[in-house]
Design a protein around this ligand. Structure first.
Ligand SMILES: Cc1cc2nc3c(=O)[nH]c(=O)nc-3n(C[C@H](O)[C@H](O)[C@H](O)COP(=O)(O)O)c2cc1C
Length: 209
């Protein structure tokens, strides 16, 4: 089994990093021989969409004959997703949605004609589905009875990843991190992890070994 493990927090000791690491640990307990590919966008952000890449995506004609090398980064990142049986993302909520470093990755892996096709009914994904576990840390509360802010993170990720075929998403939030003290952080992480449902691993064409 191949795990693509992505982190997005700029903070080395972050809640979302601890959560994504705990999710990967659970996966490794089930599949000790799993191979992990790592992307740390918090420590090493991708560039924003470059001029040549944006030009390549500007029209079907440009995409058919893109500037040399324009799609190389996108291709490499898409292949990492294709090689993964499961994707684990640790991300903070930044201003009600994903941090810009995660958006930069999304801008590379959603590519018309490669990971989705555009139809009158909308985008149709070209990638095989596989589980995506998303550990989220938020300073405040965005879901549940005590939510006091809109959530543009989980619907957004569902929409963009769903549009390329990744529809089996699980969101595991640690919320109100601004107010966690002492053991509360560990308890909050354990509570989030308790919702982890690994049965979905059996519903996709990959082996848990
Ligand atoms: C630029 C920025 C924007 C943020 N926006 C929000 C927000 O909209 N909602 C929220 O609940 N927390 C927000 N926070 C707080 C973080 O979500 C919180 O500190 C979280 O624990 C960060 O994740 P990490 O611990 O993995 O770094 C923001 C933090 C930063 C740095």
């Amino acid at each position: 089994m191949n795990i693509l493990h992505i982190d997005c927090s700029p903070r080395p000791e972050s809640y979302s990093r601890q959560l994504s690491a705990a999710i990967v640990k659970k996966l490794l307990e089930a599949a000790p021989a799993a191979i992990i590919s790592r992307r740390d966008f918090g420590a090493g952000p991708l560039p924003h969409a470059a001029p040549d890449y944006a030009t390549a995506l500007s029209s079907p004609a440009m995409l058919a004959a893109p500037p040399s090398g324009a799609l190389d980064l996108s291709e490499a990142l898409i292949r990492e997703v294709e090689a993964a049986d499961v994707v684990v993302i640790g991300t903070p909520m930044h201003n009600l949605t994903v941090p810009s470093v995660l958006k930069a990755w999304i801008d590379q892996i959603l590519r018309v004609g490669r990971t989705f096709v555009s139809t009158p009914a909308g985008k149709v994904g070209l990638l095989r589905d596989r589980p995506v576990f998303v550990g989220i840390a938020s300073g405040g509360v965005f879901t549940g009875e005590k939510a006091n802010q809109p959530d543009f993170l989980t619907p957004y990720l569902s929409a963009v990843l769903g549009s390329i075929g990744l529809k089996t998403l699980q969101f595991l939030p640690v919320q109100a991190t601004a107010f966690l003290a002492g053991d509360q952080a560990t308890l909050a992480r354990e509570k989030a992890l308790a919702a982890l449902d690994l049965t979905v691993m059996g519903e996709v064409p990959c082996s848990i070994a």
